[in-house]
Design a protein around this ligand. Structure first.
Ligand code: ACO
Length: 431
């Protein structure tokens, strides 16, 4: 890396220039600080989709998309996936360091004792149509948390901010499970304090009042792994949405509800649902070739869901871990899902095809995750909800970091105006 300290931008025709400082983090590409460009030259910058723009400084997650590296607070995702748990990762993301045994016990106790939903939530739930998409319900219900916890919304108080973050990590799984049970007409199940985070969630989802739930050990293990892998991913669309809302001083429940809405899109977290639909439509391994051809045809409007990533131009490290777990889950549960074969053939065909190779399109985190969710008995509509439960840990960590950042400003991009130039209003009678 060069040690250039600044770059000079010159408009030789207008005779204006600006010297712009170069900013560096501890790792990764350096950035040109363009903050004073408009004042010194009258120019703004244009970066549709933020492909070249850093929106903040952050010490939470690091990605090297070319090398396929993902670190949470410096720890490689592979090591966390192997040795940690989702709740420990949530603590790490929020606090910057791994907890010792006492700190972890304190955090677990706190999360466990904030899992209940206010009873009035059940009335709120009852207002939805029985066939409402669970992401729509989750988005509305998480946003409404501010109406229940408005006494703890002094955002100048770090302790109230921390408590809001803990509440979100604790309550989103309860709300998510309640949405699912409402959609299938089952009574809402209260969270059980004697269970750990992921197992408690599985009980809230699947336990029936009439009998005990016998969970195969691989179910909690696989879900915990998926939650770890989905917990954070630096400034992705939903996290950037949370930060944009957070930058206005809005409360974290509103910010996370906005994050959930952003996550829902098929180009982002909704891809896991879209992958399963796509695999189902492809149907059998012999149809894979046709699907690959269709994805290459720009006029078809069809893309291989679960393929490609804005940052990874190499195998998404999370995808390799999930791929391995998919085989284990299906084997342990004795599930013979023909869609796994379709997925593997599709991956193989795409990775050999020059279209995908030249554009560096690899399977992303969502390519295999849906097969695990399906094997665990989750309906397709719940897949993105699972992602939201995990990503809540990342969203609240970014929100906390932003609220404490002395450099943070309200997010307010500019535009290239392409509309009409000034013209006179004409009364309707004269038009
Ligand atoms: N199938 C076929 N072609 C693709 C795909 C795909 N999945 N993804 C990208 N391409 C092609 C584009 O058509 C484009 O081709 P061109 O250069 O000939 O025009 C090129 O690859 C670059 O694609 P962009 O859309 O410019 O890449 P961008 O970084 O904007 O998009 C995205 C990334 C949205 C993830 C894209 O790859 C995509 O739509 N993938 C499918 C949806 C998906 O899996 N999303 C989940 C992402 S991971 C997550 O959010 C958790």
């Amino acid at each position: 890396m060069s040690d250039t300290k600044s770059v000079v931008i010159t408009d030789s025709i207008a005779g204006k220039s600006a010297e712009l400082p170069i900013l560096r983090g501890t790792m990764g590409a350096a950035c040109v600080d363009i903050g004073k460009l408009p004042k010194e030259t009258g120019y703004f910058t244009y970066d549709q989709g933020f492909v070249a723009t850093a929106s903040c400084r952050s010490a939470i997650t690091y990605i090297d998309g070319d090398e396929g590296v993902l670190l949470y607070r410096g720890y490689p995702i592979q090591q966390l996936a192997k040795g940690s748990s989702f709740l420990e990762v949530a603590y790490l993301l929020m606090n910057g360091e791994l907890p010792d045994a006492q700190q972890f016990a304190g955090f677990e106790h706190e999360v466990t004792h904030h899992t209940m939903m206010h009873e009035a939530f059940k009335n709120f739930l009852g207002g939805f149509r029985h066939d409402a998409h669970p992401m729509a319900m989750l988005c509305g219900m998480v946003g409404s948390l501010a109406a229940f916890y408005h006494e703890g919304l002094d955002m100048e108080d770090p302790e109230q901010r921390r408590m809001a973050a803990v509440r979100l990590i604790a309550k989103v799984p309860t709300i998510a499970a309640a949405c699912y049970r409402y959609s299938i007409g089952w009574p809402v199940r209260y969270p059980r304090n004697n269970l750990e985070f992921v197992t408690r969630f599985l009980h809230m989802m699947f336990e029936v009042p009439s009998g005990p739930l016998n969970l195969p050990p691989v179910a909690a293990k696989a879900l915990d792994l998926l939650f770890i892998l989905h917990a954070d991913h630096e400034q992705n669309a939903s996290t950037s949405t949370v930060r944009l809302v957070g930058s206005t001083g809005a409360n974290p429940y509103a910010a996370v509800a906005a994050g959930i809405a952003a996550l829902w899109g098929p180009a982002h977290g909704g891809a896991n649902e879209a992958v399963l639909k796509m695999l189902g439509e492809i149907g059998t391994p012999d149809q894979v070739g046709k699907a690959v051809e269709k994805a290459k045809d720009k006029n078809s409007g069809f893309r291989l869901m679960g393929f490609g990533h804005r940052v990874y131009k190499n195998y998404d490290p999370r995808a390799s871990i999930i791929r391995e777990m998919t085989h284990k889950v299906l084997t342990d549960l004795g599930v013979n899902d023909p869609l796994l074969e379709v997925a593997m053939r599709l991956e193989e065909a795409a990775l050999k095809d020059d279209y995908f190779v030249s554009r560096k399109l690899y399977p992303n985190v969502d390519f295999y995750s849906g097969l695990i969710y399906k094997a665990l008995g989750l309906p397709t509509e719940m897949f993105t909800v699972m992602f939201a439960i995990a990503r809540t840990a990342g969203w609240v960590s970014h929100w906390l970091e932003q609220q404490a950042d002395p450099e943070a400003k309200i997010g307010r991009p500019r535009q290239i105006y392409t509309g009409a130039t000034p013209r006179d209003y004409v009364p309707i009678s004269a038009r």
